[in-house]
Design a protein around this ligand. Structure first.
Ligand SMILES: C[S@@+](CC[C@H](N)C(=O)[O-])C[C@H]1O[C@@H](n2cnc3c(N)ncnc32)[C@H](O)[C@@H]1O
Length: 725
């Protein structure tokens, strides 16, 4: 086999030679071949490796090519996390890394591959790959033992027009990165070729490289071109780019350059709307909800930072957290956060034969394709935006990474744009990115329409789920009994206060399902290396030791109860597992009991042979609500409504858990009251459903109606809602 045709034709003496030339002592290199741990130690030692691509690419997760060094020794090079490569076709990766390309690999990691055992150079941080022009002065004196030209290296255009035409072809094939590379090559030959610059701006827009897109479009504007169509395109692209970096005042200024142009002035209108959302926190939630119903949607809205700040937690625990800067009412909007990056299974449907799974040694959890894709997506965002790199550096990345830098990050003077699409504006620290994603990523599960049909959780374990990284929400610490509730509109995270807060109180979120038994919560949270000490954990820990085991056993028994009597007895025994102590009284929440009452209510419904069953069902539903903290002030089921307030609950407290299910439960209560002719009670409980929806999700009665219309129609209580709200 020719040494140039395949990396597997490589012999060990060549490796030793090459490693020596990389500056590694001979005995070390020889040992390293026998000893993989030693090979690991050779990582990140600060060497670079000069090589030339001599084969076409293959792609599994990484892009792999065979490379030779100037002496003609050959090895495999595996490139991970390079933008646009995870789902690229072989032709595309061949064009990105064509035969003959000269590369300098910084800090090369030489390792044995897991699969075929062939040693390879692995690059995880794509900024460690430096593309070198064959004419570079850096290569003066370098002689390639196999000849100056690699056979079968593709020819390169020599005129700006040919590069432009090639770029347009790549653009039409939706190969945005390749298109931007072609336009850049053309611009190297003629920096005044404004069509190429404008085309590159559009390719950058498609890549999400908005800072560079803006710089290119503004450079074209500065060039005072006379062509009207080009000028209009430049204005349009600059407006779009500035809008996407949330610089709404700049968008308005740019759009004003073409006041007569309808499309440009639409950018100005949208920018003014976004600026208003950003400063007031007022959104049209119904249309945001509608937008969010498309798969992998990212509604077009502004970020919002409410009355909150990130600061260090007091006491012995010197971790940072998010705190309110004034008294906040239950249900107040605290944050609206678009993701830094997000990834969805639907964006990259996997090959039928592909089984993708990665294991995260930080969280000790497996992740599927979307979790892994998020790394490449974050790399792609950082590529053009150093402020995102700064944000990543300020986020907690786990105990094995350097301490995070202070947050908020100081404002950068002016963002630098890409000079070359193959060279990111900052070094990519992949280790930190992986740490940050492990410790901070969320699973955006977009709000849907309410439904009574329950989906089984059983299959969710092996199903891929969306993954997203967010800035401000990442600074929120965890509490199983959290002070704030998050909801997703598509990929946009919206956080409301789930209880009234005093100035200086901490805004906490549930990292794991707070309704799980304590032991499971502890196990899950140990991956983050802390033990939760919230009110719910304190209460659960203060319970009798055997209580949790007994509770779980009874829950299993309850699932097979067939009569109301049996179910009532089991629920009453579950209730007895909660000792009456100060911690529980402070916490006021018993999520597992809430679930048990919910099951009891369902059994009553199923049987429903007389009015007694119906009454029991309502009572069980009310108990279920109370077990998650709702204070019911009027539990009456019949007779004259005697209370002073319109609502039968105390609106100073909302549900601690099960927020959407609580709304369903209340709609069920409405249905029963309506069916037994208790019209006033039905109306008042409908107001409770809308109130819960509003404090947890926001959007007022209109959004509640929109989300729950089909449920209310199914329950034949739509007219009650129309009457009550
Ligand atoms: C997403 S970060 C939260 C922000 C982080 N505290 C910071 O300083 O950037 C997650 C990390 O915060 C810490 N943390 C979160 N909730 C905590 C809690 N309830 N008690 C102690 N540490 C907590 C843990 O170190 C966890 O790995």
């Amino acid at each position: 086999m020719s040494r140039q045709s395949s990396p597997s034709g490589f012999d060990a003496s060549g490796i030793i030679d090459m490693m020596s030339r990389m500056g590694l002592p001979h005995d070390l290199t020889e040992n390293a071949l026998q000893n993989p741990t030693l090979l690991q130690q050779l990582m990140a030692m600060g060497y670079f490796f000069l090589c030339r691509i001599i084969s076409i690419t293959t792609r599994l997760i990484a892009v792999s090519v065979a490379v030779e060094d100037p002496h003609g020794d050959v090895t495999k090079l595996a490139i991970y996390n390079y933008p646009c490569t995870l789902d690229a076709s072989p032709e595309e990766t061949d064009e990105l890394f064509p035969i003959g390309t000269i590369l300098a690999i910084r800090e090369p990691t030489y390792k044995l591959a897991a699969g075929d055992g062939v040693p390879m150079i692995r690059v995880d941080s794509p900024s460690d790959i430096v593309f070198i022009s064959a004419k570079s002065r850096f290569l003066q004196g370098v002689r390639w033992a196999t000849g100056d030209v690699v056979q079968s290296a593709p020819s390169r255009p020599t005129s700006v027009e040919t590069w432009k035409n090639r770029g347009v072809k790549e653009f039409k094939a939706k190969k945005w990165l390749l298109a931007s590379i072609c336009f850049t090559e053309g611009l190297k030959l003629d920096p005044n070729h404004q069509v190429s610059r404008l085309n590159r701006s559009e390719a950058y827009l498609r890549l999400g490289w908005f800072i560079s897109a803006l710089r290119d479009a503004e450079d074209v504007l500065k060039a005072h071109i006379l062509d009207e169509s080009l000028y209009r395109k430049a204005v349009f692209r600059a407006a779009k780019a500035s809008y996407n970096i949330d610089d709404y005042s700049r968008t308005t200024e740019i759009a004003a350059l073409q006041p007569e142009d309808i499309e440009c002035s639409q950018w100005a209108v949208k920018a003014r709307r976004r600026a208003r959302e950003k400063s007031t926190g007022e959104y049209d939630w119904c249309s945001v909800f509608q937008d969010s119903q498309k798969p992998a949607s990212l509604p077009d809205i502004a970020n919002y930072c409410g009355p909150i700040e990130v600061k260090t937690r007091g006491g012995t625990n010197a971790v940072r957290g998010v705190f309110v800067t004034r008294d906040v009412k239950i249900g107040e909007l605290l944050m609206v956060a678009k993701p830094i990056a997000s990834s969805h299974p639907s964006e990259s449907p996997r090959d039928d034969n592909e089984m993708f799974m990665s294991f995260n040694f930080l969280t000790k959890m497996t992740s599927l394709r979307s979790g892994y894709m998020l790394i490449t997506k974050v790399v792609q965002r950082i590529w053009d935006d150093s402020s995102i790199a700064a944000t990543i550096n300020s986020m907690y990345a786990g105990p094995d990474c350097a301490e995070p830098l202070p947050y908020p990050i100081p404002l950068a003077s002016d963002a630098s744009a890409l000079n070359n699409p193959q060279k990111p504006v900052v070094d990519i620290d992949i280790n930190r990115i992986e740490g940050v994603i492990s410790m901070n990523s969320f699973r955006p599960q977009s709000l849907g329409f309410g439904t009574f049909s329950k989906t089984s959780n059983a299959s969710h374990d092996i199903e891929d789920t969306p993954s997203g990284l967010y800035e401000l929400p990442s600074f929120c610490n965890h509490a199983c009994l959290s002070t704030a509730a998050r909801a997703f509109f598509g990929d946009v995270m919206v956080i409301h206060a789930s209880q009234s807060l005093r100035k200086g109180d901490e805004v906490t979120l549930e990292y794991c399902d707070g309704t799980l038994p304590l032991k499971q919560r502890d196990k899950y949270l140990s991956n983050w290396r802390f033990t939760c000490d919230c009110l719910l954990c304190a209460a659960d820990r203060a319970d009798d030791r055997s209580a949790a085991t007994l509770r779980s056993r009874l829950r299993v028994e309850l699932s097979s109860a067939t009569t109301i009597r049996q179910a009532e007895d089991i629920v009453s025994n579950i209730e007895k597992t909660y000792t009456d102590h100060a911690e529980r009284r402070r916490c006021k929440s018993k999520p597992e009991l809430s679930l048990a009452y919910h099951v009891l209510s369902n059994i009553c419904w199923r049987i429903r042979q007389d009015i007694r069953c119906v009454r029991l069902a309502i009572k069980a539903d009310m108990n279920s609500l109370e077990a998650v903290g709702i204070i019911i002030t009027d539990r009456s089921i019949s007779g004259r409504v005697k209370r002073q307030s319109t609502l039968p609950i105390d609106t100073r407290r909302g549900p601690t858990h099960f927020r959407d299910p609580c709304i369903m439960t209340v709609i069920q209560i409405v249905f029963v009251f309506e069916s037994i002719g208790e019209k006033t009670r039905a109306r008042d409980w409908m107001k409770v459903a809308a109130w819960i929806s509003n404090i947890c999700i926001g959007g007022g009665n209109a959004l509640f109606m929109m989300r729950f219309t089909s449920v209310m129609q199914e329950q034949k209580v739509m007219h009650v809602a129309e009457d009550a709200l």
